[in-house]
Design a protein around this ligand. Structure first.
Ligand SMILES: Cc1ncc(COP(=O)(O)O)c(C=O)c1O
Length: 397
């Protein structure tokens, strides 16, 4: 076995996840890399310290905040998952959103953000970016290339995207938006948490890909972590410099947990994709339901884009109830469920339900027939989940 498990992209995704970031003989044959914790990193001599201290962008280990071998093993795994070349681990998924925004925006700039963006990202734009003199315009997420081009201003520096939106599941035409952005020298940032590895961002023109590792990579609802991945060195340097300037750091223990999650990511995703689609199809046939917002479901909004650009789907989707259903009735139905927890976040092994209507902020109303909820399907047997939902839906009649 080689000293360093660098599997190379000729192997299948599942195989690569089992080998990437493993230390081989460097740790006496133990399968996993150790949790390396530390602030001080000792240097062999003053000259070595002087030389390595200059290279803040390398993975040279000069001070703990620059990361440890545990961080670097996870960064390698995320590059493997997204097809990127370099990655920066940060303290949460939200930090993975805010760090690249701060990396590319300065006072006087303009940023375009989809109306379906993750709520705290919207709050960041409206508070922190506004305070720094950066203006945000929210756009319809399903906008086409001509539409987005019409919104570009001379000072537009970033086109931010999230596809699909994590509450209302609008799919974005990322290749078309990237082409339009690049024609004007604008950077395209994508929150790829839903797409994980089913959407390969750098093959579709994305400059910087954001993931909340808190979700499926962690996979057990016990860790908060984010990643920022790039394909071009200059993008990585910009992101890395900003993360360092902000003192961004994630604990080695959390990186180790996320790396452990990555080992089983492919099999969990496969099960959750199938279970999610089973539940989504069942819901789509129910009389209480007007629409299921699952991009991988034929006929659902954005399905054509999903089919063109994605190789699979995670298990987070929306359900719109018939007109005339009250929000209170939907909440009572959610309260009655035995197997679905009521909670934010997603991507863990457990199923979750959350009301959407009344909990999200929009510039353009989604225009659904009735109230909506969001479901996350975990690793339970989908037949049990369907039975639970059937008992709950009875309350709506
Ligand atoms: C789409 C999306 N991006 C980013 C985040 C932020 O992740 P975290 O909870 O790790 O801050 C979330 C969290 O729910 C999310 O849904």
């Amino acid at each position: 076995m080689p000293d360093d498990h660098a599997p190379g992209r000729r192997y299948a995704f599942e195989t690569r996840l089992g080998h990437v970031g493993r230390p081989g003989t460097r740790t006496h044959g133990f399968v996993n890399p150790p949790v390396v914790r530390g602030s001080t990193v000792l240097q062999p001599s003053c000259e070595d310290r002087r030389k390595s201290g200059k290279d803040r962008l390398s993975q040279a280990l000069v001070y703990g905040v620059m990361g440890t071998p545990t961080h670097h093993a996870l960064e390698d795994a995320i590059c493997e998952i997204e097809g990127g070349t370099r990655c920066q681990i940060v303290s949460s998924g939200l930090a993975a959103v805010t760090v690249p925004l701060l990396a590319y925006l300065k006072a006087g700039d303009h940023v375009l953000v989809p109306d379906s963006v993750y709520g705290p990202a919207r709050s960041f734009c409206n508070s922190m970016l506004a305070r720094l003199g950066i203006e945000t315009t929210y756009y319809q997420p399903t906008i086409d290339a001509a539409g987005i081009t019409a919104l570009f201003r001379p000072n537009t520096a970033v086109l931010y995207t999230e596809s699909p939106g994590s509450h209302t599941f609008e799919m974005q035409d990322i290749p078309a938006l990237a082409k339009a952005a690049h024609a004007k020298g604008i950077k395209l940032l994508l929150d790829n948490t839903w797409g994980i590895h089913f959407f390969q961002p750098f093959r579709h023109g994305v400059d910087v890909s954001i993931q909340a590792l808190t979700k499926y990579v962690g996979g057990h609802s016990d860790v908060l972590l984010g990643s920022i991945t790039t394909a071009a060195d200059e993008d990585w340097e910009r992101v890395r410099n900003t993360a360092m300037a902000l003192g961004q750091y994630a604990s080695s223990d959390d990186c180790w947990l996320a790396l452990r999650g990555a080992r089983t990511l492919a099999v969990r995703l496969q099960h959750q994709m199938e279970a999610g689609l089973t539940v989504a199809r069942w819901l789509a046939a129910r009389p209480e339901v007007a629409q299921v917002l699952h991009p991988a479901l034929p006929g659902a909004p954005g399905h054509d884009i999903w089919k063109r650009d994605f190789t699979g789907a995670c298990s987070l989707f929306g359900v719109v109830f018939q007109a005339g259903t009250s929000t209170e009735a939907v909440e009572a139905m959610i309260d009655s469920l035995e197997l679905f927890g009521i909670g934010a976040s997603w991507g863990g092994y457990e199923s979750l339900a959350l009301p959407t209507t009344g909990t999200i902020t929009r510039t353009f109303e989604p225009g659904f027939a009735g109230p909506a909820m969001r479901l996350h399907i975990g690793l339970e047997d989908p037949a049990d989940l369907i039975a639970d939902l059937e008992r709950g839906l009875a309350l709506l009649r």
